[in-house]
Write a protein that binds this ligand. Structure first.
Ligand code: CP
Length: 325
């Protein structure tokens, strides 16, 4: 781990590409330390004391929103929670003015989820003169979900010493999955060999193809995999008839009982959620000892604690990290 790679090297977190590998290593180290002390009440450092984390979710969420809010609170911060459904958006207020308003109420970091790809880039550009507050992408359309991928990589590194040479199959609707896009970039950069499989109409763009091997029939490779990441159909992002029926999706590209039986006994099963049992993954796989699904959720809080501290209080974060080396 190289702490000389200054944590404040990035202002906003739009994409996993904003996190150079040395900073990723620091985040994993911090998340591991935070997890270790989590069982003792009152042990968390107050790295976000006096800071307000605003969560602006223009699209629904369970895991991401709650984990950001818990992350802020566990480190002594305040949460300013905006929910689109009950907001003045219904009166016609724009995304830009809503963001400026939430920021004016007081925010040291704006965590944003939106259905439009690239929304944090647009906001950062539009607001650069009026707003220096760090932005965190909590999922933008089908583009990226960087904090999910950072949490997933942390989960895998708890199981394995390194990702180098590990074979990971991402299964399902790759085209519309921001989780897949962030994970393909990050996990391949960390040395994993990524395979993707899904309906041919839901496979990745050429740019992502360079980092992942496309497999039309998952049964050809599933027995060799070290991990399988299952994805639901992103129904809300389908614009045309890209899909076979749900039953065909499950039969050909889901983690069915039959496919689950073909996995090696130590193959890890991941799913960013929401988990749709018997629609894209069988209950047997969800509940098996190979499943990391709830660990992914738990680890999301520790990774987001590390990310928020690093972005909102880099000096305190660095000091805390040095103290514990
Ligand atoms: N993984 C994930 O983004 O889940 P939520 O939509 O519940 O936040």
């Amino acid at each position: 781990m190289n702490l000389n790679h200054k944590p404040w090297a990035f202002q906003h977190l739009h994409s996993t590409t904003d996190i150079p590998t040395p900073i990723f290593d620091v985040l994993v180290h911090a998340a591991r330390k935070l997890k270790k002390i989590s069982s003792t009440p009152g042990q968390y450092p107050t790295l976000l004391k006096g800071r307000t984390i605003a969560t602006l979710f223009f699209e629904n969420s369970t895991r991401t929103r709650l984990s950001f809010e818990q992350a802020a609170q566990r480190l002594g911060g305040w949460v300013s929670s905006f929910t689109a459904q009950t907001s003045s958006l219904s009166k016609g207020e724009s995304l830009l003015d809503t963001t400026l308003t939430v920021n004016a109420l007081g925010a040291d970091c704006l965590v944003i989820r939106h259905s439009e790809s690239g929304v944090t880039y647009t906001l950062a550009k539009s607001l650069s003169t009026s707003l220096a507050t760090p932005l965190v992408n909590a999922g933008d359309g089908s583009h990226e979900h960087p904090t999910q991928a950072l949490s997933d990589a942390f989960t895998l590194l708890e199981k394995w010493e390194t990702l180098k040479g590990k074979k990971i199959l991402i299964l399902g609707d790759i085209l519309h999955s921001r989780v897949a896009h962030s994970n393909i970039e990050l996990l391949s950069r960390l040395g994993a060999k990524i395979f993707v499989s899904g309906p041919p109409t839901l496979l990745p763009s050429t740019q992502q193809e360079n980092r992942a091997e496309i497999v039309i029939n998952p049964d050809k490779v599933i027995g060799e995999m070290n991990a399988v990441m299952c994805l639901r159909i992103q129904q809300e992002r389908q614009t045309g008839a890209n899909l076979p029926s749900f039953s065909e999706y499950f039969h050909y590209w889901g983690l069915t009982q039959e496919r689950f039986q073909k996995l090696q006994k130590n193959t890890l099963i991941l799913d960013p959620g929401p988990v749709l049992r018997e629609v894209h993954i069988c209950s047997e796989a969800v509940e098996s000892s190979q499943s990391c699904i709830l660990e992914q959720v738990r680890n999301g809080v520790f990774m987001r604690m590390a990310i928020l501290s690093l972005m909102c209080n880099p000096t305190g974060f660095e000091q805390w990290m040095q103290d514990r080396l």
